[in-house]
Structures are given as structure tokens and as C-alpha cells.
Design a protein around this ligand. Structure first.
Ligand code: ADP
Length: 306
């Protein structure tokens, strides 16, 4: 099998989880990073490269090591001397309700496109999310879309997940413009039911799929929690059931893990329906453990590498 190459673009942050009244547990996470980790873990034969900018601080160094441990290529991780890593804190109340607080507005990752000295080339896939776009200023967004167009003209497939976070956008209208531009560029898209309800007011699968129908997306993969996954491609419309997990511990990164598992299978030559089943198993495993990135061993017990 010839090695498939994917570049995943976005922001990875320091994740601090409240352990008790006075202590925090530190790790690294971020939507696109989570996808990179689960893709590489479940399809080790795929060359996964992460495109971002980090600082020169010790936390940034630790993140670089963490990426190395995950076998993620760090050649496109740029350094900023002026800025450092973004950070978020999660607190879980006694009822299991989670509250997030973010310090990311001036992170190094917000300057990734400015910092990029060598644009990705000769790659098979480029993956980004609505968060990857939201954190950039307008000139960098424009450059990113020029890069997407160039990559596509050379046969690279573009993969997009909207991952709508209202706080990262100036307005819903601004978000819609860039989400739709992103869908327009996408060969594979992962719309989520919750995202489409919050951003477009879509109340059912038909409305989401009708919206996506405006764009020429080859492969639409719609996630909807424990409800089945809908896939639309040139062969038709498929619904893949999801085995409901009853002991959900933490749904953080469910969608990201699904995407990683789905792409791992697709880049291993599997069909869209088998890939959705694989993605669902990866996501279903991740939500039975706390945190975005679960121990590698816990995943390996359930999902054999492809
Ligand atoms: P997002 O994180 O994007 O909101 P979803 O909640 O739609 O993602 O979930 C993504 C995937 O995670 C689903 O497609 C499904 O495979 C899996 N998943 C989420 N919740 C459950 C659940 N309760 N039981 C089993 N699988 C789930």
C-alpha cells in the first residue's frame, strides 16, 4: 500500500481538568489535534502531519514531545517567540455537568498561516475545522482558502468539520459565510446535528443534507450523537447504526474521535459504511473515558490498528 499523507491544521491547547478543590490535571487537546491522534493511533500506516504554531515556552515544548509520542509529524509546527499555547480549563460539577473556560485569544496558533514558511504540498488529504478558520484573522483566512484551492487543483482531497463554537466568531452571519465557503472547498464533510441546529437552525437530517446539497461535497458524513450516521455520496444515501453507549463518562472529543476513526478506515481503503462503523467504535470507546485523549492502551484493547 502506498503511504497516504494527510496534513491536519488547527490548534492544540493545554487542557487543565479540575482534579479536586486545589489540583489540576494537565494534558493537551484541541478538536483537530484529537482527530490527528485517533487517526494515527488507529491507522499507523498513514503519515499524519499537524500544521499549527506554538510558542517557545516549556508547555509548547511538552506539546511537541506529546505529538512525537503519538507519531505525529511535527515538521509543520511553527514557533512564535511572541506568543504561547492557548489553554482551557474544565470543571465538572457533582451532576457531571462540565463548564469550560478558555485563554486562547492571543495564542500562537492564531498566527499559523502568517508563520507558515512552507505551504504543504504533495499530500493526499488536508483536514481543518470551523475552529481552525475561526481563530484566524481575515487576511489569514483568505490565504488559507487560496492554499485549499491550490491543493485541490493538484488532486488533494479537502476534509472539513464545522465544529461551530459561537464564541470564536464575531457573529452567526460571519460564521455562516466561512462555514459555507469551507463546505464549498470540501471533498469530505462532517456536519454535526448540534452544530447545524445552533448555526443554521436546521431541525432534522433532511434540512442539514439539503443545505449540504448546495455544495459539491463528494462525501457527506452526518453525525448525530447515538443516532445513526447518515452518509451521502454519488452511490446514494446510507444510514449506519451506532451502538448506543450506556455508561458515557465524558463526551468530550466524541465527534473528533469519530472523524479520526472514519478517516483511518477510508485511508485504509474501506467503504464509507465500514468507515462510519469504525468511527463509531472509536468514538464510543473515547466517551467511556475521561478527557479528550484517552490512554492508548484503552483504545488498543477495543480497536486493533488497521
Ligand atoms: P460532536 O462531538 O461532534 O457533537 P456527536 O455527539 O454527534 O459529536 O457524536 C459523534 C459520534 O460519537 C457519533 O457519531 C457516535 O458515533 C458517537 N457517540 C456520541 N454519543 C454516543 C452515545 N451515547 N453512544 C454511542 N456513540 C455515541
Amino acid at each position: 500500500m502506498n503511504v497516504k499523507k494527510i496534513v491536519i491544521f488547527g490548534e492544540c491547547m493545554v487542557e487543565l481538568v479540575t482534579a479536586n478543590e486545589t489540583q489540576l490535571t494537565k494534558s493537551f487537546a484541541g478538536d483537530t489535534y484529537n482527530t490527528a491522534v485517533y487517526l494515527k493511533r488507529t491507522a499507523p500506516h498513514v503519515a499524519v502531519s499537524y500544521l499549527t504554531a506554538i510558542g517557545e515556552d516549556f508547555l509548547s515544548n511538552e506539546l511537541l514531545f506529546a505529538m512525537g509520542n503519538e507519531q505525529i509529524n511535527t515538521e509543520q509546527v511553527y514557533r512564535s517567540s511572541q506568543r504561547n499555547l492557548g489553554l482551557y480549563m474544565v470543571r465538572t460539577d457533582p451532576h457531571g455537568e462540565r463548564t469550560f473556560a478558555y485563554w486562547r485569544a492571543n495564542s500562537a496558533a492564531t498566527q499559523t498561516i502568517n508563520a507558515m514558511t512552507k505551504a504543504p504540498e504533495n499530500i493526499d488529504y488536508f483536514y481543518f475545522s470551523g475552529i481552525s478558520v475561526a481563530i484566524l484573522d481575515e487576511p489569514q483566512r483568505i490565504k488559507l482558502f487560496e492554499l485549499l484551492a491550490t491543493l485541490r487543483s493538484k488532486g488533494c482531497k479537502v476534509v472539513f468539520d464545522p465544529n461551530y463554537r459561537p464564541l470564536l466568531w464575531a457573529s452567526g452571519d460571519e460564521a455562516k459565510v466561512w462555514m459555507d465557503k469551507s463546505y464549498q472547498m470540501a471533498d469530505i464533510a462532517f456536519p454535526g446535528g448540534d452544530d447545524h441546529l445552533a448555526l443554521y437552525g436546521h431541525v432534522n437530517t433532511e434540512e442539514v443534507l439539503a443545505h449540504l446539497g448546495q455544495f459539491e461535497v463528494d462525501e457527506v458524513v452526518m453525525k448525530n450523537g447515538a443516532v445513526g450516521v447518515h452518509i451521502v455520496n454519488s452511490d446514494g444515501h446510507f444510514i449506519v447504526p451506532v451502538q448506543k453507549v450506556t455508561n458515557v463518562v465524558d463526551t468530550t472529543a466524541a465527534g473528533d474521535a469519530f472523524n479520526g476513526g472514519y478517516l483511518a478506515a477510508r485511508l485504509s481503503g474501506q467503504s464509507v459504511t465500514d468507515a462510519a462503523s469504525h468511527g463509531a467504535i472509536v468514538a464510543g470507546t473515547v466517551i467511556q473515558h475521561p478527557g479528550a485523549i484517552i490512554p492508548a492502551e484503552a483504545l488498543r484493547k477495543v480497536v486493533a490498528p488497521l
